[in-house]
Write a protein that binds this ligand. Structure first.
Ligand SMILES: *Cc1c(COP(=O)(O)O)cnc(C)c1O
Length: 401
């Protein structure tokens, strides 16, 4: 019996080696990776420049603690500020921790304004993590069930519904922030209307709320810009990052702009590992590779190419509800629960994911090539069509509360 706790439904494969978008399992079989460790390995596996930077830093200094100055942390904060327009950065080790910092920051902001029980508006189908506060912010009963009591101080509204947020503004006095993923990842690659972010910014400005964007999955070049909000002219007050930031070396960040950037004081928040020299060297190298190899442009182009490819190959099939996404954050929604497709793709040498039972999710590395895009479409489209040909009644997705 395994001594690892049984928290994951793991596929029957283990990988030993990777190169770019390719992985080799313990039997030496090769797989095309269209998931990149769930939007983590944006520059691909074993990128030579990242490997060299990690080797170099591991031989120099790995950890000292935040009791002392950390030059690489300063440099990384400068870089992140320069590409995001944000002003202050708190470093941690994961997405949920970045969101914990954002939630603490929003509450702290509320208390400074004399609000004793600050509340944060969150969305249906949102995913913000699995710590007690972030699972409370998450809009999925699956994530919450069995872990009650939930943390108080969250008001839930439907995603992409400005009127619902306006109603909260009219009826709730203690709201201090809105927290949202611009493209919901775990929730099914759900996209919002072009004016949604603008509308949220206006509501936040009108009521003195902070606009908190969870870019843990959508950030770091995945949608074709450094951050998904950069497709608009709107700036957030707080933004959280993790997944692609260190290409697999654990690092998360909570960035803030304006009043929120200067709220935390020594003792307000902290992390033992957060922003250590090794993690920061990984993130600095990852940022440099994304920028210098033009990977954001590639993500935008390959994303368009992939969506068009799937749209063409799946056109006219009633079992395909929608092909959607931005850059290399792609969802193919089917009318049936399609979790079985993951194993079928694996058998065909392809790594994909299915989320909320009905959405095939693709998050390939940002340096995915045109040839790899063609292989992905050529392998997956027939699997989807074959799968759909074997289905009878349409699947009615269980609503998450
Ligand atoms: C993955 C994810 C998280 C949680 O990140 P962890 O590193 O697993 O804690 C939070 N928000 C979003 C949008 C995510 O995709």
């Amino acid at each position: 019996m395994s001594h690892v706790m049984n928290t994951y439904a793991r596929l029957p494969v283990a990988f030993e080696r990777g190169e770019g978008a390719w992985l080799w399992d313990t039997q030496g079989r090769r797989y095309l990776d269209a998931l990149a460790g769930i939007a983590v390995c944006g520059v691909g596996h074993s990128h030579p420049r990242l490997t060299a930077a990690l080797r170099e830093q591991a031989g120099r200094l790995v950890h000292t603690s935040n009791l002392y100055g950390i030059t690489l942390q300063e440099q990384l904060a400068d870089r992140l500020a320069a590409i995001s327009g944000m002003e202050g950065v708190f470093f941690c080790n994961s997405g949920c921790e970045a969101n914990e910092a954002a939630i603490k920051l929003a509450r702290y902001y509320g208390h400074q304004k004399g609000i004793e029980a600050p509340a944060i508006v969150v969305m249906e189908k949102a995913f913000h993590g699995r710590t007690i506060a972030t699972l409370s912010a998450t809009g999925s009963r699956k994530v919450q069930a069995g872990f009650e009591p939930l943390v108080a101080g969250f008001v839930r509204v439907p995603f992409d519904d400005l009127d619902a947020v306006k109603r909260v503004a009219e009826n709730n006095r203690g709201v201090v922030a809105v927290m949202v993923e611009l493209i919901q990842g775990e929730g099914g690659i759900n996209i919002c209307h072009a004016d949604y972010l603008n509308g949220l910014r206006e509501i936040c400005d009108a009521h003195g709320w902070l606009l908190v964007l969870d870019e843990v999955q959508s950030g770091m070049g995945r949608t074709g810009t450094w951050f998904a909000f950069q497709h608009s002219r709107v700036n957030p007050d707080i933004m959280t990052l993790a997944k692609g930031l260190g290409n697999g070396v654990p690092i998360g960040a909570c960035l803030a702009r304006g009043p929120a950037a200067k709220l935390f004081k020594p003792g307000s928040h902290g992390s033992t590992f957060g922003g250590n020299p090794f993690a920061c060297a990984a993130a600095l190298a990852t940022l440099a590779i994304i920028e210098e190899e033009g990977l954001m442009k590639n993500a935008a182009e390959m994303g368009d190419f992939l969506r068009a490819g799937f749209q063409t190959r799946l056109a006219g099939n009633a079992g395909v509800k929608e092909v959607r996404g931005q850059g290399l954050m792609i969802g193919i929604e089917l009318a049936h629960a399609c979790n079985d497709l993951v194993q079928q793709a694996l058998d065909a040498g392809l790594l994909i994911n299915v989320t909320v039972d009905t959405v095939v999710r693709l998050l390939p590395p940002l340096n995915f090539t045109r040839e790899q895009c063609e292989m992905l479409v050529d392998t997956l489209a027939p699997l989807i069509l074959d799968f759909l040909s074997r289905q009878t009644a349409p699947h009615f997705a269980a609503q998450s509360a």
